[in-house]
Structure formats: C-alpha cells, structure tokens
Design a protein around this ligand. Structure first.
Ligand SMILES: Cc1ncc(COP(=O)(O)O)c(C=O)c1O
Length: 477
C-alpha cells in the first residue's frame, strides 16, 4: 500500500478507535452530541477529512448517527467488557449430529419474485467504480511467477486495515488468508483440523444455521454436532456439556444465521473463556455485520479475544457480490492450527484470480467500497422498515418477525398451523419464492414453523408486491 494511503488510514483508525473506546467506557453516552468535524479536527491537529471519514465509519458501524446539517450523536453504549463469565444455566436442549446430503439447486421459475436469502443488491454498485476497479486489476504488470496461495499482499493489507477500521481489531496482514468464498474457507479449516488432530475434526455448529457451510465441512470429512440456538445465540450450556469436547465451534455472534439474535457481551466472554480452557477454536462467521439497522453496535468477537482462540471469517459476498467468490480468514493465534491451515491452503493452491484480488483491493483503497456500503446500508434499512411495517399489518399476535436488527433477511415464525411448507407452496403459486426455516435446521423435525425472506436483491416494486402476497397469505389462515 502507498505510504500516504497507509498514513491516512492510520489517522482515521486512531480517531475512530478513540471515539469507539469513549463510547465503550461510557465517557460518551447514548444521545451525547459530538463536536463538529471542523472543531474536532482542529482540536486533534488532523485534517477535517480524517474526522469526516472516522465519523462515517462510526456511523456505518452504528455507534453514532450523522445527518447532513445536524449534530452527530452517539446512538447507544455497549458498556464495559465484563471480566467474569456468567455462571452456566441448566441445559435447555441437546445436540444432534448433522450428516451430509447433496445440495439441491433450486431455480426460481422465470417471472417470480425470489426472496430466498443470499444475494445482496448487486445492481447498486456504480458501474464507473466497478469498471475502474477491474481496469486497475487488469493493469497490474504481468509477472512470470505463481500467485501467493495465501492471497495477494495488497488485498491482505487492505482487508487487515479495513478490519481495523470497521470491526475493532487490526490483524497483521500475514494472518489474513484469502479463499474462494466462505465454503472454501470452511473446507480448508476442516482439512486443517484433520491434519492437526490426525483424525476427522469435530466441529460444533448452530442449529438452525448455515447449511452450505455445514455441507462444505462435511464434504471435507469433518464430524459436525448441532447445538441449539437460544435467544442469545448458540446455547452455551449445551455446548459446554458436549462430550467429547469439539475441536472447533462455529458461530454467527453478530447476527445469528438465520434467526438474527445477537450474542451479548457476557455470553461472548463466556464462550471465549471456555474455548481457551479447552483448546477449542472459535470460528466467527461475520457474514453480514456491515449492516446493522437497530440496537447497539456489535463489535466482532475477534475484537474481544484476549486468548487468541478466534478464527474470524469475512467476505465480499454480502457487501458486494457473491459471484466474485472471495472470502478471507484471519488465522487464530494457535500456531499449529495456523500452520495446518496454511499447509492446506498451499496444497490446494491459489483459488481467487489475481485480477479479482487486485480489483477488490482497488475498490477498498479508492474508497468506492465504503461509499457503496454507505448507500446500500441506507437502502437496506429502508427495505427493512418497509418489511416490518407491512408485516405488522397482519393481525396475528402469534406471528413473530425476527432478524430485523441487521443484515439482509428477516424470519417470520408462528407456532402451529399453517405449516410453513403450505405457506411456501401457496406463495410460490402467487409467484413469490421464499425459504422454509426448517431448511436451515440440523434437526428439521424440531425446527420452528417459519419462513425466511431475503429483501436485498429484489427491486422495491417487487418487494412491495411480494409483501402484499405474504400479508394476504398469512392473514387469510
Ligand atoms: C451465514 C453465511 N455465512 C457466509 C456466507 C457467505 O458465503 P460465501 O462466501 O461462500 O459466498 C453466507 C452467504 O449467504 C451466509 O449466509
């Protein structure tokens, strides 16, 4: 990275880290006004643009709200980090072993409105920025050498700097490894666990949870065990009671996939302390944390990790386009596992084209990705509000809308009848394709009755039409 760009990122990170810390320790409380960017820049002796970028960053993370022409204010406070884990409550559920089954690629019929989650608003990327990035990627000088299987230096540096700005921890670029999507990263992890332990790795996963991720780990020979999800994320009492103790546990602490719960700080601490005590790797799938619509900001689990047990996973599928097939892993500090992951990655070779990696690095470095995120964040928050308002029209007290605090999807659950499968079929007949909640479950028989709605990829008009059909369908039953 160019020296000047590095200095600028460092200054922005210093200002945003300082303000973030003041919000964490309560020096700045919910509703408190922040100085104008001009005043703070003068006070700190930095350029006004540095403070503007830091405010934009904190706004994006949900710490503060900036509105044109209005004073920026603190949104909420997180509170101090607890030093003691909370005592374990009695187990509320039990674990189940998922087994491998083939993926069925479902294609939505032409002309239907596809609300199955997974795709962001790809059309929102300005064509000019997109083309400039790919041109920059293609203009890299040709070399007579193989790519680094860990990812290009430039992209790893940009990712590391970006994490420092947005997720509260700044890894050394050497600890960042680039993969062809999260699924690829997880199959590398499964292989590395086998190398490390000399037997199939045992990985605890959320139930319900990320099905494609489970499939990737099972295909790579891992043994999985499903742990039920409670209101605060994975049920830690069930996890802690597992025998044998798993080698790794995979969680989505910022926005549980798909139910949307946020793992509170106390539960995060408890998970990290337990993992450190039992030499368990905590895989944090940070898949859509850039989009937080309601509630206090949620830093990455890796930002709290004083034990070096977290393996952080992020990617470009939700923030840009899943077709790029690029995700990254920040290696945990456990040296032998980090080495096993590097060995597995090396054996499989480089998987993301260097041109694509350079284009992504350019999108980050030029600020185009940050601008894109600012725009789609507002759009998704608007869609989320529309969805919440329309669903509230359904006069059924038993209906619960979940996962609305952030991300790109919502979940609707209701006890008893009608069966979610019947609702899905009726909606499909109306030209609206939704996903059943049971499809995410490790144990579908015990899954809550519900449907999952992705609201980012369709147009506003399509979303409106689909919501008409959903409201009619559920109100009628
Ligand atoms: C829970 C979860 N994690 C990660 C991802 C990203 O997957 P990939 O990087 O393989 O596109 C997704 C995409 O839908 C997801 O739902």
């Amino acid at each position: 990275m160019e020296r000047r760009a590095v200095d600028q990122l460092t200054r922005v990170a210093a200002v945003s880290n300082h303000l973030r810390a003041m919000i964490h320790d309560g020096t700045l409380a919910a509703g408190d006004p922040l100085p104008s960017t001009r005043t703070l820049a003068a006070r700190l002796g930095v350029a006004r643009g540095t403070v503007v970028a830091a405010y934009e960053q904190l706004d994006g993370e949900g710490y503060i709200r900036t509105r044109h022409g209005a004073v920026a204010r603190v949104v909420g406070s997180i509170g101090p980090r607890p030093s003691d884990p909370t005592p374990a409550p009695a187990p509320r559920g039990s674990s189940t072993r998922p087994t491998w089954s083939p993926a069925v690629a479902l294609v939505a019929p032409p002309g239907s409105i596809d609300l199955r989650p997974g795709t962001p608003s790809v059309r929102a990327i300005p064509v000019r920025d997109w083309r400039a990035a790919w041109r920059a990627g293609a203009e890299e000088p040709l070399r007579n050498a193989l790519s680094d299987a860990m990812g290009t230096r430039t992209l790893r540096e940009q990712i590391a700097a970006q994490l420092g700005l947005t997720r509260g921890f700044a890894p050394a670029p050497d600890r960042v490894v680039v993969h062809a999507g999260t699924s690829d990263a997880l199959s590398v992890l499964a292989e590395a666990l086998r190398i490390r332990h000399g037997r199939p790795g045992r990985i605890a996963v959320e139930d319900p949870g990320y099905r494609s991720g489970r499939r990737a780990m099972l295909s790579a020979g891992a043994e999985l065990v499903g742990v039920p999800v409670a209101d605060d994320g994975m049920d830690l009492a069930v996890l802690e009671a597992l025998a044998p103790i798993p080698d790794a546990v995979m969680v989505t602490p910022t926005h549980q996939y798909p139910l949307g719960s946020v793992m509170p700080v106390a539960a995060r601490q408890r998970l990290l302390v337990w993992a450190a005590a039992h030499d368990v790797v905590v895989v944090e799938d940070d898949y859509d944390s850039e989009f937080r619509h309601r509630g206090d900001p949620v830093p990455a689990l890796a930002a709290l990790d004083a034990h070096g047990v977290v393996l952080h996973l992020g990617g470009f599928s939700k923030i840009l386009d899943p077709r790029i097939r690029c995700a990254y892993m920040v290696l945990p500090e456990a040296r032998d596992l980090a080495e096993a992951i590097r060995a597995s990655r090396l054996a499989r070779g480089p998987v993301v084209s260097e041109v694509a990696q350079s284009a992504l690095a350019h999108l980050i470095r030029s600020g185009a990705l940050r601008r894109h995120l600012g725009r789609v964040r507002r759009d998704y928050a608007h869609r989320r509000d529309l969805l919440a308002t329309r669903l509230a029209e359904i006069d059924r007290p038993d209906l619960e809308a979940r996962a609305l605090s952030g991300g790109l999807h919502a979940v609707l659950t209701w006890p008893g009848r009608p069966e979610a499968a019947a609702v899905r079929t009726a909606l499909a007949a109306d030209g609206v394709v939704v996903e059943e909640l049971a499809r995410y479950a490790v144990t579908p028989e015990t899954a809550a009755n519900g449907i999952v709605l992705g609201y980012a990829a369709v147009t506003h008009v399509e979303l409106d039409r689909a919501l008409d059909a959903i409201v009619d369908e559920l109100a009628a039953r």
